[in-house]
Design a protein around this ligand. Structure first.
Ligand SMILES: Cc1cc2nc3c(=O)[nH]c(=O)nc-3n(C[C@H](O)[C@H](O)[C@H](O)COP(=O)(O)O)c2cc1C
Length: 339
């Protein structure tokens, strides 16, 4: 199957409930400590947050998703326009296809037409990076969308479930290290839904990575997506992965100097974002709800969902007795008692 057809299948399958993990992202293990005396004015509650030195209106990154065929270009255009209007950062999907088929570049570069000033991240797989991309190829990934950062995605689970997967995982860490040294933009490393542990986080930190995006388990299961494609829907690896809340807890405990943590994988409401921030994340990210909203009703529906999420986060902050994201901390959460 061509990369283009595979990408189309991915979008279609991610809209199906069967592609979600059965296990949760782990946020139900925590409850908020309600503050009956907030002593703040709700109208002054501010949801803005900083990532990579830039202040955004709301602590949500639209995760890397698509590109590489014309309908994907249309989805990227909607995401770009939405993020430009709302001052939110976003990533394009894997740009590997554009290295192999330069004629597909437009489905990525279209984002700058709709988002001239937004923060946009380029995207490439760790496996592809380790094959030894040339400087010119890396310049193309970044330059074609005038990217503010480059995301490297780690996806061994997904590759292993794909009949056409790339199975040589050697040399990825070193390739990431070389990329950090070679590019002027920051390098963000993410998983694609199976999570990043503390020990992998440590290796990335030692390689010079300063933004880690968990993309943990509990949302879209890339094992399920790939196995649905091949009709092997009962795979024993469908629930493989570290839940997002656990990734954030582990990574935050490491106290890496100067590292920003993005909590993603199964972020499905503002309460998931708020719990992530209390657990030590600096920002959150989501993928599936964004593509779902676009398919349901285009940019208008995406805007409607976003406004609800934003309002919900303001309510949550008020009920915690803080008027800004910067004042959130772990004392605002308590573990849920399980008999
Ligand atoms: C349709 C779709 C396509 C995706 N393609 C990519 C990709 O090209 N590169 C990447 O890093 N992650 C990709 N992802 C993974 C997401 O960025 C995200 O890490 C993962 O879906 C978990 O987040 P979620 O539970 O909010 O969906 C894709 C996700 C979706 C839903």
């Amino acid at each position: 199957m061509s990369i283009k057809d595979r990408k189309k299948d991915h979008v279609r399958l991610c809209l199906d409930d069967q592609s979600a993990y059965r296990k949760s992202a782990g946020f139900e293990a925590y409850d908020f400590v309600h503050n009956a005396l907030p002593e703040i004015d709700f109208n002054e509650v501010d949801t803005s947050a900083v990532l990579l030195g830039r202040r955004f209106d709301y602590p949500l990154f639209v995760s890397s998703m698509t590109g590489g065929y014309s309908e994907a270009g249309a989805v990227n255009a909607v995401i770009a326009s939405f993020c430009e209007k709302n001052n939110l950062p976003f990533g394009v999907g894997s740009q590997r296809v554009m290295l192999e088929k330069p004629e597909e570049t437009d489905s990525f570069s279209v984002v700058r037409e709709h988002a001239p000033t937004a923060f946009i991240a380029a995207n490439i797989g760790g496996v592809q990076l380790a094959t030894g991309l040339s400087d010119a190829q890396i310049d193309l990934l970044v330059g074609s969308i005038r990217a503010d950062a480059i995301i490297v995605h780690l996806n061994p689970l997904q590759e292993l479930m794909q009949p056409e997967g790339d199975l040589n995982f050697k040399g990825i860490l070193n390739a990431v290290k070389e990329l950090v040294a070679a590019v002027e933009v920051p390098v963000i490393v993410k998983e694609t839904g199976a999570g990043i542990s503390a020990s992998v986080g440590r290796k990335l930190y030692d390689a010079g990575v300063r933004v880690i995006d968990t993309a943990g388990a509990g949302g879209t299961s890339w094992s399920k997506v790939e196995n649905h494609r091949t009709g092997n829907s009962e795979s024993i690896f469908n629930e493989w992965g570290i839940p997002t809340a656990e990734c954030i807890r582990q990574l935050a405990e490491e106290e890496f100097d100067g590292v920003e943590l993005i909590s993603s994988g199964g972020i499905r409401s503002s309460l998931d974002i708020a719990k992530s921030l209390c657990l030590g994340a600096d920002f959150a990210a989501t993928a599936q709800p964004v593509i779902q909203a676009i398919i349901d009703g285009g940019e208008e529906e995406l805007q409607r969902v976003y406004e609800k999420w934003k309002y919900d986060l303001r309510v949550c902050l008020c009920l915690l007795g803080v008027s800004s994201i910067d004042d959130m901390n772990s004392s605002m959460l308590r573990p849920v008692f399980r008999p």
